[in-house]
Design a protein around this ligand. Structure first.
Ligand code: ADP
Length: 169
C-alpha cells in the first residue's frame, strides 16, 4: 500500500508532462455578439494564458454551419441550430496552448447553461442550451478540423507572447 501511495503522488507530474500543445476552435455565437459579451468571453481565454492565433467577425453561410455541426445532422434541433448560428455575425477564434482543448471546455461549462457551474462562461452568462453563447472544440482532432474549416490560409498568426516564460516553467 506504501508503493501505491507513492504512485498516486507522482501521477499528476507524469500526466502534466504528457499533455501537449494543442489548438482549439472557439466561437462566440450570434447571441454572444448581440448581447455585447465579445470582450468578456475573449478576456477569459486571454487571462487564463492561452495564445490567440486567429480572430475574425464573420457572417456564417448555412453550408458552413451545416458542415461544422455535421455530427448533429440527425438531431431534431439541427435546423434550429443552423438558423441560430447563421442568425448574425459570430466571432471565430483559434487558441493554442498546453491542454487547451479540455481546458477551454471547462472554462465554457456544460452544454445546458443551467447545468454549467458558476464561474464558467455558460454558467455565468447564459440560461438556455439553444442560446449558450459560445462553442469550443471537443477534441484535438476536431480543433484542427474546425480551424481549417473556419479560417483561410493566411488568416492565422504564429507569434511568441512576451508573457510565455511567465506561464511555463
Ligand atoms: P457543445 O456545444 O457543448 O459541445 P453539443 O456538441 O452537444 O454541445 O451541441 C452543439 C450545440 O448544439 C450546443 O452548443 C447547442 O447550441 C446546440 N444544442 C445541443 N443540444 C440542443 C438541444 N437539445 N436543443 C437545442 N440546441 C441544442
Amino acid at each position: 500500500s506504501k508503493k501505491l501511495h507513492k504512485t498516486h503522488i507522482f501521477l499528476p507530474h507524469l500526466v502534466a508532462a504528457m499533455v501537449e500543445v494543442e489548438e482549439t476552435y472557439i466561437m462566440i455565437k450570434p447571441d454572444g455578439v448581440q448581447r455585447g459579451l465579445v470582450g468578456e468571453i475573449i478576456s477569459r481565454f486571454e487571462k487564463k494564458g492561452f495564445k490567440l492565433t486567429g480572430l475574425k467577425l464573420f457572417q456564417c453561410p448555412k453550408e458552413l454551419a451545416q458542415e461544422h455541426y455535421k455530427d448533429l445532422q440527425s438531431k431534431p434541433f439541427f435546423p434550429k441550430l443552423i438558423d441560430y448560428i447563421t442568425s448574425g455575425p459570430v466571432v471565430c477564434m483559434a487558441w493554442e496552448g498546453v491542454g487547451v482543448v479540455a481546458s477551454a471546455r471547462k472554462l465554457i461549462g456544460a452544454t445546458n447553461p443551467l447545468n454549467a457551474e458558476p464561474g464558467t462562461i455558460r454558467g455565468d452568462l447564459a440560461v438556455q442550451t439553444g442560446r449558450n453563447v459560445v462553442h469550443g472544440s471537443d477534441s484535438p482532432e476536431n480543433g484542427k478540423r474546425e480551424i481549417a474549416l473556419w479560417f483561410k490560409e493566411g488568416e492565422l498568426c504564429e507569434w511568441a507572447p512576451v508573457q510565455e516564460p511567465w506561464l511555463k516553467e
